[in-house]
Design a binder for this molecule. Structure first.
Ligand code: OAD
Length: 244
């Protein structure tokens, strides 16, 4: 595969590689993506009902039930070779994923930022209350009032449509992208902003952009090198050539 060799050479000659990942990274761990196939979450469900403040205020039970199904799905999932390759090579990873599969693959906390929060914790839906608690993925709590303020419901500690990204995570992500010479974009439709703008930020600074995705669509014109295929098979082969 000529393109893979080309990408391997680029990796071997890069001094500062950063990864930007999306749901496709965890697809081969059995976690369904949001877009891209008829089984994807947002092909089957309305994202505004399940992942927005308005949806939560209209029907909190349904929202929590859906997140708890995702949590239980994640509790039985295991990291795939793509997570393991990123962790083993110590590649700094900016992820849109709310799962903890990179951490479970051995990724160090200082090598990862979660732009869209993390599903394995609850927080209070009232932004004035600082309640935050890790939850057990296989036995997640049902809809409950915040034990601290009692006034609002608890919700998963993730970012919903219309909500700002966590400030510190975003600042770190921008700084990492501004200083990388190669951005590895893995398994994202790059349709959700501002996260997706990181790809343009890297490209505008002349960092090389390598995309891994079986159906890259929106990214075809943004990639210097397009590797069409599954992350679990391509990413470990690509990173074999990285300098340690
Ligand atoms: P999407 O579901 O939008 O896109 C997943 C991408 O992964 C698609 O381009 C697929 O072609 C690709 N893909 C599928 N299988 C793959 C595989 N085995 N290897 C590599 N790629 C594969 O996911 P995101 O771009 O992450 O928001 O979605 C962005 C945000 O939209 C998510 O973070 C989520 C969602 O609403 C929040 O949770 C806040």
């Amino acid at each position: 595969m000529k393109t893979l060799t080309h990408a391997q050479n680029l990796i071997a000659n890069s001094l500062n590689i950063v990864a930007f990942t999306g749901a496709g990274l965890s697809a081969e761990s059995g976690i369904s993506t949001f877009r891209g196939s008829k089984d994807s979450e947002w092909s089957r469900f309305d994202p505004m009902r399940l992942a927005s403040q308005q949806g939560f205020s209209e029907d909190p039970e349904t929202v929590i039930r859906w997140y708890n199904d995702r949590r239980r799905q994640l509790s039985t999932a295991t990291p795939n070779p793509a997570h393991i390759a990123l962790a083993d090579q110590g590649i700094f990873t900016i992820t849109q994923n709310v799962d903890n599969l990179l951490e479970r693959a051995g990724c160090q906390p200082e090598h990862i930022v979660h732009l869209h929060g993390e599903i394995n914790a609850d927080r209070c839906n009232n932004s004035q209350c600082d309640f935050y608690e890790a939850v057990t993925l296989d036995k997640p709590p049902p809809l409950r009032r915040c034990p601290q303020c009692q006034s609002s419901y608890c919700r998963p500690s993730v970012v919903w449509f219309g909500e700002p990204l966590p400030q510190t995570a975003w600042a770190i992500a921008e700084q990492k992208v501004l200083t990388c010479d190669c951005l590895l974009v893995v398994g994202t439709s790059a349709t959700v902003y501002p996260a997706a703008s990181l790809i343009e930020l890297a490209a505008n600074r002349n960092a090389r952009v390598i995309v891994i995705d079986p159906a890259p669509k929106a990214l075809e014109d943004k990639a210097d090198i397009l590797l069409t295929g599954a992350a679990a098979s391509l990413l470990p082969r690509l990173l074999e050539t990285k300098r340690i």
